[in-house]
Design a protein around this ligand. Structure first.
Ligand code: NAP
Length: 386
């Protein structure tokens, strides 16, 4: 007679033995399939992506090709995509350098140019000049960084960006200003060259998702999956904002299809979210046992050099409103949001696949000075104070 208890024990024993034998190598990353309902666009477009092989680009390309659009990319040919690698064989891959070689773009016509790599004033100036008579729409990937210093409580697209880096600022402020001022001036260049009715300016907040090349947000999927005592910096209600890269990418393509000229913040989640709500929502992706150690004391955190743990940024001074950017206009124009736990799980799968090197993974968890490495000592220090 079959004894359920015994067969279950046998099954567990076999699984444990097999588990011990399985090599600990990462598996290939398989991007989630596009939803069936995606459908074809009514008017297929010829789209040029300046960039396209980093974080945002592959997601734009995958969605656009599924919608029936034809894609050309323009890069130096150095950055290799870590998501949707299989679709690049169907992409026209133009090679050049925005610094000094735009030859591959000469005499060509497209319906839309999406500028992901416009991170220098000269680069955007040159492509706007070259393409303005040969391309209908210029979609520029900007950033909520244009709002630095973040001083408002409901930062809308009508807020005037700073166009010049002020004097007498700290090095940290300068880095923030440099980026925001560069993005704001590039937006102006696009507007001046293409005109308001042919320019789409999208300002994403921190983008999260598979293929992220910044190694910022990955801390939370990795840390929460491991479980145990997890340090959470910040007060329960400290505002946080982030957006799944796929939501930005797909929405950009729809904005282009619909010729939705204008300026848009690309910010999630759908409603205002505090740090603790974010942590609980992200942890919902895993079955790990956790004990959260909440550290709401900004002085203590500052003394430990913890001023941010993206998406959390200590909401003080020039950063007081960094996560108070309005998404009302974007939502009214079709921006939608992937559930947080789904994003977190997908990021975790991607990070632990062969798309990411073991060296990169170890840097996050084991590098001297990394937050994960310092966490236990910080928690011990915090408990001692209390
Ligand atoms: N990550 C975030 O959270 C975030 C938030 C807000 C805004 N943004 C903005 O989002 C944009 C998208 O970044 P992404 O990495 O995801 O874009 P991407 O289009 O996926 O990748 C960037 C591309 O730029 C190309 N590139 C770099 N230097 C070049 C040069 N001199 N000439 C020609 N091509 C060059 C790279 O290829 P090669 O190296 O092969 O040339 C790569 O394909 C950026 O403008 C960033 O400022 C990002």
């Amino acid at each position: 007679m079959k004894t359920p208890g015994k067969s279950r024990r046998q099954f567990l024993q076999t699984s444990i033995t097999l588990g011990a034998l399985l090599p600990l190598t990462a598996l290939p990353y398989k991007a989630s399939p596009q939803p069936f309902s995606i459908g074809k666009a009514i008017h297929p477009l010829k789209i040029l992506i300046l960039g396209g092989t980093g974080f945002l680009g592959p997601q734009q390309i995958a969605y656009a090709m599924n919608r029936g659009h034809a894609i050309s990319t323009f890069t130096r040919g150095r950055t290799k995509p870590t998501t949707h690698k299989d679709i690049f064989s169907e992409v026209e891959q133009l090679v050049g350098d925005r610094e000094n070689n735009l030859e591959a773009l000469l005499g060509r016509k497209w319906d839309v140019v999406i500028d992901n790599s416009g991170n220098r004033l000269k680069w955007v100036n040159d492509t706007v000049e070259l393409l303005k008579d040969n391309v209908d729409i210029y979609l520029y990937t900007s950033s909520t960084g244009v709002y630095y210093p973040y001083l408002g409580k409901d930062i809308r697209e009508s807020t005037r960006p700073v166009l010049k880096v002020p004097a007498g600022i700290t090095d940290i402020q300068k880095a923030e200003y440099d980026y925001g001022v560069m993005k704001a001036n590039n937006e102006m260049t696009v507007m001046n060259g293409f005109g308001a009715d042919r320019s789409i300016l999208v300002r994403p907040t921190y983008m999260i998702g598979p293929g992220d090349n910044t190694d910022r947000f990955i801390y939370w999927p990795e840390r929460l999956a491991r479980g145990g005592e997890v340090m959470v910096p910040g007060k329960a209600g400290d505002p946080v904002q982030y957006i799944d890269v796929r939501d930005v990418a797909q929405w950009m393509i729809r904005l282009a299809e619909n010729r939705k000229a204008g300026i848009y913040n690309a910010v999630g989640p759908a409603s205002a979210t505090g740090m603790h709500a974010f942590i609980f929502g992200a942890h919902a992706a895993f079955g790990s046992a956790v004990s959260f150690v909440m550290i709401p004391d900004y002085d203590f955190l500052s003394a430990q050099h913890i001023l941010d743990a993206i998406p959390w940024i200590m909401p003080v001074g020039d950063n007081a409103g960094s996560a108070l950017v309005s998404n009302a206009h974007a939502i009214a124009n079709g921006l939608s949001f992937t559930p947080l736990a789904e994003s977190v799980l997908d990021i975790h799968d991607w990070w632990n696949s062969e798309s990411v090197t073991e060296e990169r993974r170890l840097k996050l968890s084991d590098a001297e000075g990394s937050l994960m490495k310092r966490e236990a000592a910080i928690i011990a220090e915090w408990k001692k104070r209390k």
